[in-house]
Design a protein around this ligand. Structure first.
Ligand code: 5GP
Ligand code: ZN
Length: 132
């Protein structure tokens, strides 16, 4: 499935140029145009969907394999795999994409810290019931 207005669909079709890395039957990968670390790459399914849960399984299953191959090619010891869904979660391009981001120094790459919720706002039992 394609969206004619989507920049990543256009990249898959070659309408917008990119530094392609690996292409498979159901995935495409290329260098991010605004890297936050050298080698910052994107892996996308060849199926237009905004969010992860909307992507058919057969398109998702190849993505981690390709991310693994890029990580090996880059030869970096430290890296993050990031996938944003929705504006609040910092998604800017509405075609599912996985960022592979080398972490070569404290400054480069992904900079974040988990900030755990305070204990009074956490009810693991309740959440768990919803999920099983
Ligand atoms: P998001 O914030 O949606 O998770 O990340 C979108 C990413 O896509 C950004 O890192 C941005 O630099 C990258 N990007 C946006 N437009 C283009 C483009 O036309 N070509 C390439 N190669 N990357 C793009
Ligand atoms: Zn698209």
């Amino acid at each position: 499935m394609k969206d004619p207005n989507c920049i990543f669909c256009k990249i898959i079709d070659g309408e917008i140029p990119s530094y392609k890395i690996i292409e498979t039957e159901r995935t495409f990968s290329f260098l991010d145009i605004n890297p936050i670390a050298e080698g910052h790459s994107l892996v996308i399914p060849k199926h237009h969907a905004q969010k992860l849960h909307e992507v058919p399984d057969e398109y998702l299953s190849e993505i981690l394999v390709v991310a693994k191959q890029i990580a090996s090619k880059l030869g970096v010891a430290n890296y993050n795999l990031l996938q944003n869904n929705g504006r609040l979660a910092h998604q800017e391009v509405d075609h599912v994409h996985f960022h592979l981001i080398p972490k070569t120094s404290e400054e480069d790459g992904l900079n974040y810290r988990f900030k755990p919720l305070s204990k009074e706002h956490v009810d693991l039992e309740k959440v768990h019931k919803k999920l099983v």
